[in-house]
Design a protein around this ligand. Structure first.
Ligand code: GDD
Ligand code: MG
Length: 367
């Protein structure tokens, strides 16, 4: 008889959701999907893959859609990372639930096995092993990692009872009932994934979880207060990169010893320049004399000229910040030029290739 299923893996298998368009991170994500943006010197996903591997995961299915081919180019079959990687691509985005269902076609485990599912834009220090153990011991259908945030309205708000059972799932509600939110890491029973309708657009947050709760299935919360960050906005992306460099979240994927800054091979930093706050200076980038770069990401081949100030900002690949310019909380797209003495503040985004002339009049999004 012909074997129709691939051989079962002894290790926990995982699905990584990486099909979103990363719209809040534009213009950084116009060319590169969010999970592949360089974070502390390596593609963001490298941190998540290394972490999953440290908890015994060996086989991961990527649920891809937007710029799917770039994931294969970046990670291949995974052997370089000690992993076996597989790719399931949606022809058009199927939403989080549809993507999980579609990716499950490439799993090898049986219906009673737990499967780890991860959002592809999360840095988390939580104990995945303990989450899996809780799930198995309590015989749950799904176990959600929960964390606490100041503004739960931007996330999935998840109240639980005293026993840890999830009593409701309120995605992006304007009236959150608790600060406890979905942290984007689930342990599913494989059989629960198989019940998601196939080939349809489904939201796990708006349909699958509320449906499972209404049906009386065991939907558990695994709450903790370790490091947690969704890097979906420019400010959070910069923070995540800096936190990794500063060692606030240890990552096996860091490309070398870090501290106040990480300077990648081929970069040139003037001895008179000041780098601080977990700044990354990308490969072949240049930081000239008396420039001050704090808590920022300078991408490969970018230039910060003398006397410029770059704080909590991202400077795209090949972009140039001319002398005397001041950037605070700004994203400069690839190849853009910020002319001398411009002052750009709070949330401004300079689109790729745009050239802002040198100026004495200052630009600001603040009134
Ligand atoms: N394959 C695929 N297809 N992946 C998708 C799709 C899709 O159609 N839509 C979204 N994703 C992926 C994204 O790439 C990301 O990794 C993940 O699913 C979550 O999408 P986000 O766009 O980042 O969602 P969010 O941050 O607004 O909200 C989600 O995460 C929060 C925690 O960070 C929700 O799960 C919230 O409930 C949760 O609190
Ligand atoms: Mg997100």
């Amino acid at each position: 008889m012909t074997e129709t299923r691939p051989p079962q893996s002894a290790h926990l298998e995982a699905i990584l959701l990486v099909g979103g368009q990363g719209t809040r991170l534009r213009p950084l994500t116009l060319r590169t999907p969010k999970p592949l943006l360089r974070t502390a010197g390596v593609p963001f996903l490298a941190h998540q893959l290394a972490r999953a591997r440290s908890f015994g995961v060996r086989r991961i299915v990527f649920a891809t859609s937007y710029r799917a081919e770039m994931f294969t180019e970046a990670f291949g079959d995974g052997s370089e990372f000690g992993l076996s990687l597989h790719y399931m691509t949606e022809r058009s985005p199927l939403g989080t639930g549809g993507a999980i269902r579609n990716a499950a076609e490439a799993l090898t485990c049986g219906p009673d096995a737990p499967v780890l599912v991860l959002n592809g834009d999360i840095l988390s220090g939580h104990d995945i092993g303990a989450q899996v153990r809780t799930h198995v011991e309590r015989r749950a259908s799904v176990t959600l990692h929960l964390t606490e945030v100041d503004d739960p309205s931007r996330f999935g708000c998840v109240p639980t009872d005293t026993d840890g059972r999830v009593t409701a799932f309120l995605e992006k509600t304007p009236n959150p009932v608790t600060n406890r939110v979905n942290a984007g890491c689930y342990v599913f029973q494989r059989s629960a994934i198989d019940r998601i309708p196939k080939g349809q657009v489904v939201s796990v947050e708006r349909e699958t979880f509320p449906g499972m709760i209404a049906a009386g299935e065991t939907v558990l919360g695994y709450a903790d207060r370790t490091y947690w960050l969704d890097v979906g906005t420019p400010a959070a992306f910069v923070q995540g990169s800096c936190d990794l460099v500063l060692g606030h979240l240890p990552s096996p994927a860091l490309p070398g010893p870090t501290g106040e800054h990480l300077v990648l091979p081929g970069a040139e930093v003037s001895p008179n320049a000041k780098l601080s706050g977990g700044t990354v200076v990308g490969a072949r980038a240049r930081v000239m004399s008396d420039a001050s770069v704090h808590g920022s990401v300078l991408s490969e081949d970018s230039v910060v000229e003398s006397g410029a100030t770059v704080h909590e900002s991202v400077v795209g690949a090949g972009a140039r910040v001319c002398s005397g310019a001041v950037l605070r909380n700004v994203v400069v797209g690839d190849g853009a030029v910020v002319g001398a003495d411009n002052e750009l503040l709070s949330g401004m985004r300079v689109w790729p290739g745009v050239q802002l002339p040198a100026c004495s009049v200052r630009f600001s999004s603040e009134i």
